[in-house]
Design a protein around this ligand. Structure first.
Ligand code: COA
Length: 263
């Protein structure tokens, strides 16, 4: 499938890994409507592809991961259109990514602002290049984060620090982001994709089925009306009926490496 605003490739990557690149460098990869739809389609296709076991997400160029939602698209929106923008985006991209069974790692290669930081936060975890800058500048535009930022930022870094970032609309650098748990590693920009690929390869050794169930159980604790512990028990039980469980435990007992199948 070909896209206008994103690139999807498995070339020059270990088998099982796909790289999605948001490709509007002239606009610092700002998320317009079409880009959001294309990302949805690409993530859905990757999820449905049994041979893809991990997805890396990054931005094109050396300056930005994503500098936010495309301000030019929503500047004249009404109350209803604003609410619809947030609801639709959350549904087809931000919640969608968070709930994928396939692990998604954000390789934050520069500015991740507003919707860009929200997209990175919807990924399962984040790795930043040393030039990355992150923030939620929405209140400086007279609006609030609408793609999950008011929820995921406090979940990741704690309420007080999140309140400060949201209220000041300020940016933090990569080292600050690491020290508050927003990103897991900071690496030189030239090494960002290879380092992130290395982390993805560690994931690839494990059962895709079990990883999918683990994502579901971890996410359950952040969902209203869901009991994370109960979700874990159910997901744990489900694993016992699978080929991956049979293979993983048998391989351990036979002192060999497990060879997991699909996802
Ligand atoms: N929406 C639409 N266009 C954006 C954008 C966004 N969120 N962020 C950057 N762009 C565009 C700029 O308008 C500019 O386009 P132009 O060349 O056609 O004028 C281009 O990307 C380059 O950005 P520019 O501002 O010239 O780069 P800079 O290096 O001077 O500043 C930033 C970089 C990230 C500080 C600045 O672009 C910025 O503040 N962006 C908006 C961030 C934001 O508020 N995001 C939250 C949106 S809800």
């Amino acid at each position: 499938m070909s896209y206008e605003n994103i690139l999807v490739t498995t070339e020059n990557l270990p088998e099982g890994i796909a790289l999605i690149t948001i490709n509007r460098p002239d606009k610092l990869n700002a998320l317009n409507k079409q880009t959001i739809q294309e990302l949805h389609d690409a993530f859905r296709n990757a999820e449905q592809n049994p041979s893809l076991k991990a997805i890396l997400l990054t931005g094109s160029g050396e300056k930005a991961f994503v500098a936010g939602a495309d301000i030019s698209e929503f500047a004249s929106f009404s109350i209803e259109e604003g609410a619809q923008l947030a609801a639709h985006g959350q549904e087809i991209l931000f919640d969608f990514v968070e709930n994928l069974r396939t692990p998604v790692i954000a390789a934050v290669n520069g500015f991740a602002l507003g919707g860009g930081l929200e997209l990175a936060m919807a990924c399962h975890f984040r790795i930043a290049s040393d030039n990355a800058k992150m923030g939620l500048p929405e209140v400086s535009l007279g609006v609030i984060p609408g793609y999950g930022g008011t929820q995921r930022l406090p979940q990741l870094i704690g309420k007080g620090k999140a309140m400060e970032m949201i209220m000041t609309a300020g940016m933090i650098n990569a080292d600050e982001a690491k020290s508050c748990g927003l990103v897991n590693y900071v690496v030189p920009q030239a090494e960002l994709i290879s380092f992130t690929t290395g982390i993805a390869q560690k994931i690839l050794r494990n059962s895709p089925m079990a990883i999918g169930q683990a994502i579901k159980a971890v996410n359950a604790s952040y969902k209203e009306g869901m009991d994370g512990f109960k979700t874990e028990i159910k997901a744990f039980g489900k694993c016992f009926g699978t080929e991956d469980f049979k293979e993983g435990t048998t391989a351990f007992l036979e002192k060999r490496k497990a060879d997991f199948t699909g996802k």
